[in-house]
Design a protein around this ligand. Sequence first.
Ligand code: MIC
Ligand code: SF4
Length: 651
Amino acid sequence: TLEEKSMGLTLAQKLIKAHLVEGEMIAGEEIGLRIDQTLTQDATGTMAYLEFEAMGVDRVKTEKSVAYIDHNTLQTGFENADDHRYIQTVTKKHGIYFSRPGNGICHQVHLERFGIPGKTLIGSDSHTPTGGGIGMLAMGAGGLDVAVAMGGGTYYIPMPKMTRINLHGYLKPWVSAKDIILEVLRIMSVKGGVGKIIEYGGDGVKTLSVPERATITNMGAELGATTSIFPSDEITLAFLKAQGRENDWTEILPDADAEYDEIIDIDLCSLVPMAACPHMPDQVKTTDEIGRIKVDQVAIGSCTNSSFVDMMKVAEILKGKTIAPTVSLCIAPGSKQVLNMLALNGALSDMINAGARILESACGPCIGMGQSPNSKGVSLRTFNRNFEGRSGTKDAGIYLVSPEVAAASALTGYLTDPRELGDAPNVTMPEKFIVNDNMIEAPASEDEAKNVEVLRGPNIKPFPKTEALPEEITAKVVLKVEDNITTDHIMPAGAKILPYRSNIPHLSQYCFAVCDESFPERIKAEGKGFIVGGANYGQGSSREHAALVPLYLGVKAVITKSFARIHVANLVNAGILPFTFKNESDYDKISQMDELSLPSIRDCIKNNKTVVLKNLTKGEEYELDSSHLSARQRDMLLCGGLLDYTREMNK
Ligand code: MIC
Ligand code: SF4
């Protein structure tokens, strides 16, 4: 096995090997990893800390755990502020650092202030792989998995395959890191990364600063990849030095004779400005191919493109000009560090003068927290997701672009290839960032912690009821959906819904609202049900609410052509059976509202027997595949999910 090999390891395999506590490094087999750092954000954090509290652990056992407030910062009622206060007090009590609202987007701040090359990081947010830009093994996970890791528990994933992307040469002026990841998405698609770790190498890597690398690893989430990673080299050292953290640096490179399952070559010199067209991040075309479409809104920011260098490029492009009369431009710098540096060097003034609407350092429009476009509006965004409805305007067309394309288009009013503007701004990463961690609160000492009171608001409702797996299940197909269903379809976010992330009963009214508004009523009338889905079901966010809400509504099993990694783990954690079809064509044979049955399902899961699905309406039988479930996961399903399983194990 790979563990016995002393040579020939990839970068990721080295980090996995150094953190392996269970399993063998054989692609597809479940492995258990020791986790050094965790992060949470507020939209998934409330649930994660409630789960952590339910586990009864006093202090976190990780090297560093940080809670960020960045998603729910539109305080339209008491709910978000109450949740912030809950997270602030619960973290103080249990040994977790707290990044206050206004301090910035979790991934940006974590990269700046906490990320350490060679460490493992899991975060209750799918863009946690941003940390791969600094040479971390950083993965998105459900809140419950993060809670377990905070308690010192192991994190389990299927051992990924290794993909190497060699970057050759250098980027031409006006072409940027965003175009590199858009090109990767064009080549691999939104499901091309499932079960893989993407490692970047080649001479082109040396031309990219850490924030540029982080743009690429961040949006690797849209490939469905387990994570993406860059080597930790002298460029990484330069970044850490500029953050006053050079002592955190170690060099981490792959072995020269490392073996990869797949190799992709990209010639950076040949790339041109691109955009991902509505409604998927892999619908990538060059700005030329799309043509001069009229633009109504431009939004710059998000964890993909809100670094100091990104913002400086935008400021340079806007300097001394005025945005087109038909465009609304909003800009959200990624962190307090970035915003403060822009304020001090005058670049913020250039943005304001040009007509930009400056937003606080937070996720904002990326998660539909304000700034929804007009009806049928075209919005260019430097973000990472353009799923239907995510912006808050269902019929809007969202295009994902680089900061350069965004700023240029804000000036002209139509989708613009920035190369038309003449000389590109000459912006490089500063040698020193302004470091001031006064908005990061350290936890109470073990002694003081006893006196910290955890403050809860009325918006916090209990975890949905779970039950041990019954002998057999019969229920109707309450919903049948197609390929590439995202967690934004299953459990939408946005300004109206996001404040209720700790209130599952309230959230349940919006489950699958983007696909079928009548779904919640239908399943409530039935009391239980199955969901049938296509390929790559559950891609996108790590939100465990996309499993907890279906659990609350009575979904017993989800049967698909294939699943996204984090979502299938969340389903199992919630005690919902996830199966795939042995024969994909069986998907076509099932209709919505067919009555299905899983006879002796408990016995099948317990003894790892072939699962047969009976279609009582059509009088047919289909074989299901459950080989993706590990023995640990089968035990979890028998108990009714991870919380019950953990309780069982601790008895
Ligand atoms: C997202 O970009 O979809 C989010 C909002 O950051 C999510 C987390 C969430 O749903 O709270 C993610 O990416 O995991
Ligand atoms: Fe926030 Fe958007 Fe990044 Fe998610 S993708 S963490 S919502 S900025």
